[in-house]
Design a protein around this ligand. Structure first.
Ligand code: DOR
Ligand code: ZN
Length: 344
């Protein structure tokens, strides 16, 4: 028995493409399926200015294999020294789609992020004025806050005060991992959206820690309890347009994942759409997949959906995804959901 599902070509509203040899390896994995992606700016050094974003965009397009089409949507990394006028110019010229707020020290390459949120107030006010969205890594970094509570505390201590102080600021809560985050989105309408990753719809914290530590399931924000995973599935499959796909596909070479101090990130670019088809089908919500992956994101960002389509196929044979992809920076393990998937 074969079953097919044709949907508008999806986009990825949160993606790490890296640079150089790693970018060359991972870019086709995304461009094969996705029309556009919001490209994270946490390179070393970070992509802070409009000029740096334009140069990074050129490098991405140069690395795109012949015959593939893909539109990278660039993001500026917010620092305490970011110039509001540079942000406004980059937005007006179409170079930058959004700005990313990393609390300093929250995750990979976030050392240049924000410590004192008052210092970025002029940038946030300018963004509210010009309608440019802010993408947030929503975790506090206070040492006394348990890592599993850092998202919920960020909402109370940072996000909600910023939103109250900056009316009209459009915010995307990136890669939400908790019921609290989904509830916060639902309680505040039009200016707020949230991305949900593929892996947070599949794993909870037991998958990382029970029966031996699984470094390829370690990412930030870290996966939470099963009840939170279920809340994310409910949000993603609800049809609510404020929730949309952002894979946070974040490649690291295996030697840096399988390490005494392993890097955070799950690499899902290769198999995201079949995994999502599985998750949505299991929730009896295959009809909601197109909204989540292909329609809600463009609507939030004020863009048209992609014109063309992709077709997902379900067969009786489990799909054999590659275990790893090769990159010039070493092999990268493809996210393994831990159960057979029949979609491709
Ligand atoms: O798991 C993650 N990996 N979370 C992030 O926020 C950053 C990302 C990366 O860049 O590796
Ligand atoms: Zn990310």
């Amino acid at each position: 028995m074969t079953r097919t599902l044709t949907i508008r070509r999806p986009d990825d509203w949160h993606l790490h493409l890296r640079d150089g040899a790693m970018m060359e390896a991972v870019l086709p994995e995304t461009a094969r399926t996705f029309g556009r992606a919001i490209v994270m700016p946490n390179l070393v050094p970070p992509v802070v200015t409009g000029a740096q974003a334009a140069a990074y965009r050129d490098r991405i397009l140069k690395a795109l294999p012949e015959g593939m089409s893909f539109d990278p949507l660039m993001v500026l990394y917010l620092t305490e020294d970011t110039d509001p006028e540079d942000v406004a110019r980059a937005h007006a010229s179409g170079i930058a789609t959004s700005v990313k707020l990393y609390p300093a020290g929250a995750t990979t390459n976030s050392a240049s992020g924000v410590r004192d949120f008052d210092r970025v107030r002029p940038v946030l006010e300018k963004m509210a004025e010009i309608g440019m969205p802010l993408c947030t890594h929503g975790e506090v970094t206070d040492h006394d806050i348990d890592i599993f509570d850092r998202e919920a505390v960020f909402i109370d201590r940072v996000l909600d005060p910023i939103r109250r102080a900056t009316p009209g600021l459009r915010v995307v809560m990136e890669h939400i991992t908790t019921a609290q985050a989904a509830d916060y989105v639902r309680a505040h309408d039009s200016d707020l959206g949230a991305t949900i990753t593929t892996h947070h719809l599949i794993i909870n914290r037991n998958h990382i820690l029970v029966g031996g530590i699984k470094p390829h399931y370690y990412c930030l924000p870290v996966a939470k309890r099963e009840e939170h995973r279920q809340a994310l599935v409910a949000a993603a499959t609800s049809g609510d347009a404020r929730f949309f796909l952002g894979t946070d596909s974040a490649p690291h070479p295996d030697e840096l994942k399988e390490h005494a101090c392993g890097c955070a990130g799950c690499f899902t670019a290769t198999n995201t759409m079949p995994l999502l088809a599985h998750v949505f089908e299991a929730a009896d919500a295959l009809d909601k997949l197109e909204g989540f992956a292909s329609l809600h994101g463009p609507a939030f960002y004020g863009l048209a959906p992609n014109d063309d389509t992709i077709t997902l196929t379900k067969s009786d044979q489990a799909t054999a995804f590659p275990a790893k992809i090769e990159s010039g920076a070493g092999p990268v393990t493809v996210f393994d959901p831990g159960f057979p998937v029949y979609w491709s």
